[in-house]
Design a protein around this ligand. Structure first.
Ligand SMILES: Nc1ncnc2c1ncn2[C@@H]1O[C@H](COP(=O)(O)OP(=O)(O)O)[C@@H](O)[C@H]1O
Ligand SMILES: [Mg+2]
Length: 311
């Protein structure tokens, strides 16, 4: 029974409270206020909420970086402080603290060593990750010279070097251009398909809507809405048809029939693509038309080792 449970529920949080105290030990901020959560294997779970709503604090408690004031937290059915689970978790902090004088290659090498990865495994993963994040051509420049988006990519690669089962990403797309955002979203989808569990914190709603299975909306440290994105957003009371354009007389007949049934004029329009889709198409066309490339490369392949399904 317990084993079954360990396989399914990756994160369990009950009545979590975190109060930050001031210098005199007086309660200052109730950053997390009675949080309940259960996150299952293979899920992409979104923690949403305005700035200061307690997302990062929750994440830091899950990682054992902060002590909860009260409540219960289990990660892989163990205390977040348990060192044995560290190797199973990958973390991209809100502010990447990369060493400015190291190159992406050296950075990844450093983290690979922390996880005790064998030389050969480490080298292979590093090159696959650099390729995946579009940084191969900048592999030996120092991270200090990078744009915010490029540094974010290094942080992301670093979070994946240990092939973690649980990936926790705090604002992963902040500072990334739309192409980078799409890549990070696709990466999350691929990882989840391979059985990884992902917790994503963001205030960028479009990102969350695209990839998350379930979301929680935090406000002042407590959950104001929780559920599957489809469930929360679906408008049960209306229906939309999409089909090739109709000839004017067929259209007239269809509209007449609908008008008769619902007693008013239905809304009719042409579906439009969203701005992200449009932007990506424009950039891809431009990329195909030029041989010269600035910044990061737009199309990269997934690191092979991340494609091996967890047991
Ligand atoms: N180390 C800290 N000391 C005191 N207050 C903090 C600390 N970290 C976060 N807070 C406060 O806790 C609240 C939640 O912060 P945070 O979890 O970072 O929010 P979010 O990630 O949702 O933007 C904020 O009011 C913030 O000022
Ligand atoms: Mg935050």
């Amino acid at each position: 029974m317990d084993e079954q449970k360990e396989n399914d529920v990756i994160v369990e949080v009950h009545n979590l409270v975190k109060v930050f105290k001031d210098f005199w030990q007086r309660p200052k901020v109730r950053a997390v206020d009675g949080l309940d959560l259960e996150i299952r294997r293979g899920e992409i779970f979104g923690l949403l909420g305005p700035n200061g709503s307690g997302k990062s604090t929750t994440i830091k408690i899950l990682l054992g970086l902060l002590h909860a004031t009260s409540g219960n937290v289990l990660v892989f059915n163990r205390s977040p402080r348990d060192v044995e689970i560290k190797a199973r978790i990958g973390y991209l902090p809100e502010e990447s603290y990369l060493y400015n004088y190291l190159s992406p290659c050296e950075t990844l090498n450093f983290y690979g060593r922390l996880f005790d990865l064998k030389n050969s495994v480490r080298k292979e993963r590093i090159w696959q990750l650099l390729e995946m994040t579009g940084l191969t051509h900048a592999a030996n420049r120092s991270v200090g010279e990078f744009s915010k988006g490029m540094a974010r990519r290094v942080g992301l690669a670093q979070a994946l070097i240990n092939d973690p089962e649980l990936v926790i990403l705090d604002e992963p797309t902040s500072g990334l251009d739309p192409v980078g955002c799409r890549q990070v979203k696709d990466l999350m989808l691929t990882l989840a398909k391979r059985g990884k569990t992902i917790i994503l914190s963001s205030h960028l709603l479009a990102d969350v809507e695209d990839v998350c299975d379930r979301i929680a909306i935090l406000y002042n440290g407590s959950i104001k809405a929780l559920g599957s994105v489809n469930q929360l957003l679906e408008k049960q009371e209306s229906v939309r048809f999409t089909m090739p354009s109709l000839s004017p007389d067929v259209m007239k007949k269809v509209l007449e029939l609908i008008r008769e049934k619902i007693g008013k004029e239905p809304e009719v329009d042409h579906p439009s693509m969203n701005l992200e889709q449009f932007f990506l198409e424009v950039v891809e066309k431009a990329h195909k038309a030029t041989s010269q490339q600035s910044g990061v490369a737009p199309t990269e392949r997934m690191a092979d080792y991340l494609l091996i399904k967890d047991k």
